[in-house]
Design a protein around this ligand. Structure first.
Ligand code: WT7
Length: 673
C-alpha cells in the first residue's frame, strides 16, 4: 500500500503532513488525555510490566490472587500465575453483584425490517446471568465438563453470546466458527479440536435470505463421527432435518432444541474458578499451509488485556450513557475480544446486529447508529470503502451526532477511506482509532488512544501499553526509520497466544523461529511488513507470507489452492491476491486443467461454488484463469509475483531469469478471463 494519498504531486505533499489532534474537549474527558501522559505510562509499562499489569488486573474480580504477574521463558508466557478467576463472572455476575443487574448489557437488532421496524432485544446483566447460568446447566446435562471443547456455529443472535459465556462459566473452551464457513470447514475444526458438542441455529438472516446453518452442521456430521450432541436455537423457523435416533457411533439422540433444554434448566450455576492459564477458547485462523491453526487463548491475561484495551482505545465510561457497536461477527477474533469479552467488563452496552449492512437499504448501519445513539463505532476498511461507493446521501440522511469515537481494524486503511470516515461519518469531530492486531495477539497492539494520540490517515500510530514493537531484520536488528522490515514484538503481553492446539512445532516455526538476535533472543514474528516514521508511528504494509487479507480476514493461498485441486477438473492451481476496489484484496486463481476438460465460463462458476463449499463464500476467487502451465523456477517453485502482475494487468518488471519456461507467461497473458 502506498502511504501517500493519491492525487497530484502537490496534494500528496500536503496530504502527507495531515495530522488530526484530539479536540481539547475530547481530551479533557478521556481516560488518557495527552500524548505526554501516554509516553510516560508506556515507558512505565515497559520498564515495570509487573506493577503496571497488577494495577490493571486489580480493576477486575479474582477468586484467588496471583502469586506472580509474569513468568516468561520464550516463547511461553504465564500471566497472573497462581491466580484464579472467571471471565463470565467479570462480564456478567460482577455487574449484578454491584447492583447494576438492571442495566443493559446487550442491545440486539435483528435484520428483518418487516413493517419498517426491526426486532430489538435488550438483555440486562441480570438477564444475561440467568440465561447464561441456565445454558451452562444445559451444557453440563449433555456431559460437557471443564476442558471439553464446545463448537459454536451460530448467527449473530444474543444466544451466541449466551452460549460462549456459558462455556466460560463452566470452563469449557469454545471453538466458534464463523457462520459463513462451509460444512467441510466445520468438520475440519471439529476433528482438530476433538469436539463432541455443536451449538447452532436453524438458520440466520443475511440480506433477506436464510443461511442454512443447521444443514451445514448436518453435512459436517456426515464427515466426522465425534459429534454426540447438536443444540439448535430456533431463529428463522425454516424446515430442518432432525436426528432423533441414536446414531451408529453414539447411543443418545443427537439433535436438541435450545428452547426444550432451557425449559428444564436451573438458573443456578456458580462460575467455575479457573486458573489464570486455563484455556478460554480456541479460534481457528489461516496460515500458509492448507490446515487452519487453532489459536489458543487463556483466561487471566486475555481478560485483563481485552478489558483494558477496550477501556482505553475506545474511551469507555460506564457512567456516560455510551453505546458501543462493533460491526464484526463474533466468529472472528474482533467479535470475541471487542463485542463480548473486553466490552462487558467495562459496563457499557454492546450492540449486536444480526445482518447485512445494506438490508433493506444501504443506510442500514446509519439507521442503527441513529436509533440506538451509538457512541463508539468499530468497523473494517472494506466496509468503509463499500459505504463510500454507495454514496454520501445514506449517512447524511441520518443523525450521527451521538458518535464520539470511530475505529477500524482488519487491514491497512487507505488514506482516502480514512478521510471519508473522518469527514462523512465522524463529521470531523470523532477521533479515529486504527487498531492493528491479530487473532494471535488477542487484543489491540498498535493503536491511537483517542484523547491522546494525534492521528495520521493510514497509520495505526503507536504501541499500546506494555507492547514493545520494532521493525527489524531476521537478526532482530532494528532498521532505520522509514525502512520497511519485519514487524516484531520483543516482549510478552498478557493476551498473547499460548500456542496452536495440538501443534507445538508449528507454533514455534510460525511465530518464534525467524527472528533471532545474535545473543539468541527470539522475537514474535507477526508476519506483517511495516515501517516506522520519524515520529515513531507505525505504517503497516501488509502480509509477508503466503497469506492474503480479503475483506479484513486472513486466508492462506494454500487453502484456496487445496480446495481447487480437490476438484476433479483441476490438476494444479496457484492463488494470489490482487487489488480489489472494495475488498482491498481479491483472489486470483490460475488453474491447470485435467486433459480433455473444457475451460469455459461454466467451469469457472463450478469452481467458484466448489471453493465456497469447501471453505466458505469468503474464499471464492474473483478471477479464474485457465492455463496449460504455471510459471515456475527451475526448482519447481511457483513464481507468484509474476502471477500477481498478470492478475493486476501489469507487465512484469522484476527478475525472470529463474523462470523455467519464459513462454508460459506470454501464454497466460493471452488466456482470457
Ligand atoms: C492481520 C490479522 C485483528 C482482527 C482482524 C483481523 C491485518 C489487522 C490491521 C490494521 C493494517 C491490519 C494484518 C494482521 N490487520 N488490523 N489496523 N492495519 N493491517 O485478524 O484475521 O488475525 O488478521 O490483519 O495483516 O496481521 P486476523
Amino acid at each position: 500500500m502506498s502511504n501517500k494519498p493519491e492525487g497530484t504531486g502537490i496534494d500528496s505533499v500536503l496530504n502527507e503532513s495531515r495530522r488530526f489532534a484530539p479536540s481539547d474537549d475530547f481530551a479533557g474527558r478521556a481516560h488518557m488525555g495527552s500524548l505526554d501522559e501516554y509516553h510516560k505510562l508506556h515507558a512505565r509499562s515497559i520498564e515495570d510490566p509487573g506493577s503496571f499489569w497488577a494495577e490493571i488486573a486489580g480493576h477486575l474480580d479474582w477468586f484467588t490472587p496471583w502469586d506472580k504477574v509474569l513468568e516468561w521463558e520464550a516463547p511461553d508466557a504465564r500471566w497472573f500465575v497462581g491466580g484464579t478467576t472467571n471471565l463470565c463472572h467479570n462480564c456478567v455476575d460482577r455487574q449484578v453483584n454491584a447492583s447494576m443487574g438492571e442495566q443493559t448489557a446487550i442491545i440486539w437488532e435483528g435484520e428483518p425490517m418487516d413493517g419498517g421496524e426491526p426486532e430489538i432485544r435488550r438483555l440486562s446483566y441480570a438477564d444475561l446471568q440467568r440465561e447464561t447460568a441456565k445454558f451452562a446447566n444445559v451444557l453440563k446435562s449433555l456431559g460437557v465438563k471443564k476442558g471439553d471443547v464446545v463448537t459454536i456455529y451460530m448467527g449473530m443472535v444474543p444466544e451466541l453470546a449466551i452460549a460462549m459465556l456459558a462455556c466460560a462459566r463452566i470452563g469449557a473452551p469454545h471453538s466458534i466458527i464463523f457462520g459463513g464457513f462451509s460444512a467441510s470447514a466445520i468438520a475440519d475444526r471439529v476433528k482438530d479440536a476433538d469436539s463432541r458438542v455443536i451449538i447452532t441455529c436453524d438458520g440466520s438472516w443475511r440480506r433477506g435470505n436464510v443461511v442454512p446453518l443447521k444443514d451445514n452442521v448436518d453435512a459436517a456430521c456426515r464427515q466426522v463421527d465425534t459429534i454426540e450432541h447438536v443444540v439448535v436455537y430456533q431463529r428463522v423457523a425454516n424446515p430442518v432435518e432432525w436426528h432423533h435416533e441414536p446414531s451408529e457411533s453414539h447411543n443418545n439422540k443427537r439433535d436438541h432444541w435450545w428452547h426444550d433444554l432451557m425449559l428444564a434448566a436451573s438458573a443456578d450455576c456458580p462460575c467455575e474458578p479457573m486458573d489464570s492459564e486455563d484455556l478460554l477458547f480456541v479460534l481457528y485462523t489461516s496460515g500458509t499451509t492448507g490446515k487452519p491453526k487453532g489459536i489458543m487463548h487463556t483466561t487471566g491475561g486475555y481478560m485483563v488485556y481485552t478489558y483494558y484495551t477496550s477501556r482505553i482505545a475506545f474511551d469507555m465510561h460506564a457512567n456516560l450513557n455510551q453505546v458501543y457497536w462493533c460491526t464484526a461477527d463474533i466468529g472472528w477474533i474482533t467479535g470475541h475480544s471487542y463485542i463480548i469479552y473486553g466490552i462487558l467488563p467495562n459496563c457499557v452496552p454492546t450492540l449486536m446486529y444480526e445482518g447485512a449492512p445494506n438490508h433493506p437499504g444501504p443506510d442500514r448501519f446509519w439507521d442503527i447508529v441513529e436509533r440506538h445513539e451509538v457512541t463508539q463505532f468499530y468497523t473494517a476498511p472494506t466496509a468503509i470503502r463499500a459505504f463510500m461507493k454507495w454514496g454520501d446521501e445514506h449517512p447524511k440522511a441520518h443523525d450521527l451526532t451521538s458518535l464520539r469515537v470511530l475505529g477500524t481494524v482488519g487491514e491497512p486503511i487507505n488514506p482516502e477511506a480514512w478521510m471519508w470516515y473522518h469527514q462523512v461519518i465522524g463529521q470531523e469531530r470523532c477521533p479515529i482509532v486504527d487498531t492493528w492486531w491479530q487473532t494471535e495477539t488477542g487484543g489491540h497492539m498498535i493503536t491511537p488512544l483517542p484523547g491522546a494520540t494525534p492521528t495520521k490517515p493510514g497509520s495505526c500510530t503507536l504501541p499500546f501499553f506494555g507492547v514493545d514493537v520494532a521493525i527489524v531484520n531476521e537478526k532482530g536488528e532494528e532498521l532505520p526509520n522509514n525502512t520497511g522490515g519485519l514487524l516484531a514484538i520483543r516482549r510478552p503481553w498478557p493476551s498473547m497466544l499460548r500456542g496452536i492446539l495440538g501443534d507445538r512445532d508449528r507454533f514455534i516455526e510460525t511465530y518464534w523461529s525467524d527472528i533471532r538476535t545474535e545473543s539468541g533472543e527470539i522475537y514474535y514474528k507477526a508476519g506483517d511488513g511495516a515501517r516506522r516514521d520519524d515520529d515513531g508511528y507505525f505504517w503497516i504494509m501488509g502480509r509477508i507470507d503466503d497469506v492474503i487479507n480479503v475483506s479484513g480476514h486472513r486466508l492462506g493461498t494454500m487453502e484456496v489452492e487445496s480446495a481447487l485441486v480437490a476438484h476433479d477438473t483441476v490438476v494444479e492451481a496457484a492463488v494470489v491476491g490482487m487489488h480489489h476496489e472494495i475488498k482491498g484484496t481479491g483472489i486470483a486463481a490460475f488453474c491447470t486443467l485435467a486433459p480433455g476438460v473444457k475451460p469455459d465460463a461454466d467451469l469457472r462458476d463450478t469452481l467458484r461454488s466448489h471453493v465456497a463449499n469447501e471453505i466458505g463464500a469468503i474464499a471464492k476467487p474473483d478471477m479464474i484463469r485457465f492455463t496449460d502451465a504455471l510459471p515456475k523456477t527451475r526448482s519447481g517453485k511457483i513464481m507468484r509475483r509474476l502471477l500477481k502482475d498478470i492478475a493486476e494487468g501489469r507487465e512484469s518488471t522484476g527478475d525472470t531469469t529463474t523462470l523455467e519456461d519464459l513462454s508460459v507467461l506470454a501464454k497466460i497473458r493471452e488466456s482470457d478471463e
